[in-house]
Design a protein around this ligand. Structure first.
Ligand code: CO
Ligand code: CO
Length: 304
C-alpha cells in the first residue's frame, strides 16, 4: 500500500501469485451497454497493470430501482459481460444495492506468474516510457454531460475507454517490462509521480509524443474539466516542471483524470521498440514511447 500499487498480490505457491482488485464508476457515456463495457474494462485494468490475467469476477451494482428500467440494467450488465468474456474470465456472481446514483464495476481476481509481475516502483534510469492509450477522457466525458463534445470524438473516446489493457499486458509478459501502472483518476502526472517517486528516479516526458484525444484541448479551454483533474494539478503540480512553453489548457491534458486509461510502462531501452510494436499489434494502435527515465533530479517529472 505504501507505493499505491494497482492491485493486491497474494502468493499462492512457488511462482504463482493471486492478484485482486475492485472498482466501480458512475456512467461516463449515454449508452448503457457501452457504460457497462467501459466500467468492466476499467475494473480489469488494475490486473493488467500488474502484468496479470483476469480469472474470475463479481458484479458490483448500485442502481435506482425506481427509475432505472430492468432492460437498461440488463444492457449495463451485458456490456460488462462482453468485456469479461474478452478477458477470458467469468462472472461468478455479484451484489446489488439500491442507490439513487448509478454505479457499476467489478471485483476481479487474477493471476500472474511471479516473473511477470510488474510493480509500480521499479523504473530504472535509461528505461523508455510507453503510454498505451491517448489522454483527455476526463475532459471529453465532462463535456459530453453538457453535449459539448462532438459525436465522432465521443465515439472514439468510448471505443478507447472500452478497450481492454489485456493486449498491452500480454505484450509486457512476452517482451519484458520493469514497471507498470494504469492511468486512471490521478491522470498521467499523478500516476507517473507514484512510479517515479517509488522508483527513486525522474521521468523526462516529451510533450509532443504524448497522444491525446481530438477536441480535448479546446474543451479544456472552455472550462469543461472534471474536478478530479484540478485536484490532480493541486496535488502534483509542484513535482512537475514544464520546460517547454505550453498553454494552461494543454497542460491540463497531462493532469486530466482518466477513466479506463492506458498502461504506463517502463522498459529497458533495448526492448522498447519491440514492446511498442507488440502492444500496437495487440490492439492499442495509439500507443507511443513518450519519454525516458533519468537519475533522480529535484522534480520527479520534466516535460520537454
Ligand atoms: Co491502477
Ligand atoms: Co483502480
Amino acid at each position: 500500500m505504501e507505493h499505491s500499487e494497482d492491485a493486491g498480490v497474494f502468493r499462492l505457491n512457488d511462482g504463482t501469485l493471486l492478484v485482486q482488485t475492485a472498482d466501480f464508476i458512475t456512467p461516463v457515456v449515454d449508452d448503457p451497454f457501452m457504460y457497462g463495457r467501459i466500467a468492466a474494462a476499467n475494473s480489469l485494468s488494475d490486473i493488467y497493470a500488474m502484468g496479470g490475467k483476469a480469472v474470475c469476477c463479481l458484479n458490483l451494482v448500485c442502481y435506482d430501482s425506481c427509475n432505472i428500467e430492468a432492460r437498461e440494467l440488463r444492457s449495463i450488465l451485458m456490456g460488462g459481460l462482453d468485456a469479461v468474456k474478452e478477458a477470458g474470465a467469468v462472472i461468478a456472481g455479484g451484489h446489488t444495492v439500491d442507490d439513487p446514483e448509478m454505479k457499476f464495476g467489478l471485483s476481479v481476481t487474477g493471476i500472474v506468474e511471479e516473473k511477470h509481475l510488474t510493480r509500480n516502483n521499479n523504473a530504472k534510469p535509461g528505461d523508455r516510457l510507453i503510454l498505451t492509450k491517448p489522454l483527455g477522457m476526463g475532459i471529453l466525458t465532462t463535456a459530453n454531460k453538457v453535449d459539448m463534445a462532438s459525436e465522432k470524438t465521443m465515439e472514439t473516446a468510448a471505443r478507447i475507454m472500452g478497450m481492454l489493457n489485456q493486449g498491452a499486458a500480454a505484450a509486457m509478459n512476452e517482451t519484458g517490462a520493469h514497471s507498470a501502472t494504469d492511468i486512471t483518476g490521478f491522470g498521467l502526472i499523478g500516476h507517473a509521480l507514484e512510479m517515479a517517486r517509488g522508483s527513486g528516479v525522474t521521468f523526462r516526458i516529451r510533450t509532443d509524443a504524448v497522444p491525446f484525444l481530438p477536441e480535448a484541448v479546446d474543451l479544456a479551454g472552455m472550462g469543461l474539466i472534471p474536478a478530479g483533474s484540478y485536484n490532480n494539478r493541486r496535488f502534483a503540480g509542484e513535482t512537475v516542471e514544464f520546460e517547454k512553453e505550453l498553454s494552461d489548457d494543454r497542460k491540463m491534458i497531462y493532469f486530466d483524470a482518466q477513466t479506463s486509461g492506458g498502461l504506463f510502462i517502463s522498459t529497458a531501452p533495448e526492448n522498447a521498440r519491440t514492446l511498442l510494436e507488440k502492444i500496437r499489434e495487440n490492439g492499442a494502435g495509439d500507443a507511443e514511447i513518450i519519454g525516458e527515465v533519468v537519475e533522480r533530479e529535484e522534480k520527479f517529472i520534466l516535460f520537454s
